[in-house]
Design a protein around this ligand. Structure first.
Ligand code: HEM
Length: 127
């Protein structure tokens, strides 16, 4: 039986699984691998801290999470289609591993953030 997201180890598990699903994805994966050539050894710990802050009240995350997306958006537009695909993979990953109120919270927080960022980036592209 699946359990809920309870510990940092659970967060590490879903973040790693999410990136495992995302890297081969044609629409979103290539932005990480080719457009940005992301250093995952540095990026993944930031994502663990970010999700630990959102779900378990962690205080390790320091930063401006939307910042790198402005930079990416200038090189290659991050469109609603990218965010929809990102969210779809995020939901699939969470549902494949966890079940419970925190798992639902992770999906709804991801949805709220993705919707806000998608809207802001689209607005900026029209200026
Ligand atoms: C189309 C969807 C997305 C793409 C292509 C994308 C891509 C990226 C890239 C290229 C980076 C910089 C990695 C690096 O070099 O360190 C990044 C950072 C990050 N992304 Fe995304 N992202 C997407 C959506 C999201 C969403 C929806 C969230 C949150 C729910 C998110 C959270 C973050 C965070 C927390 C960072 C680290 C920021 C920091 O440096 O402190 N991303 N993303």
């Amino acid at each position: 039986m699946k359990h809920d997201i309870e510990t940092r180890e659970d967060i590490i598990e879903f973040v790693n699984a999410f990136y495992g699903n995302m890297k081969p994805d044609d629409l979103v994966g290539h932005i990480f691998l080719e457009v940005e050539q992301v250093d995952f050894a540095k990026h993944l710990p930031k994502m663990y801290d970010f999700w630990e802050m959102l779900l378990l009240d962690g205080s390790n995350y320091r930063g401006a999470p939307m910042q790198p997306h402005f930079r990416v958006n200038e090189k290659t537009p991050l469109t609603p289609a990218h965010f929809d695909r990102w969210l779809e993979m995020f939901k699939e990953t969470i549902d494949s591993l966890f079940e419970g109120p925190k798992a639902e919270e992770a999906k709804s927080k991801a949805f709220n953030i993705a919707s806000t960022w998608s809207y802001k980036l689209e607005y900026l592209r029209k200026l």
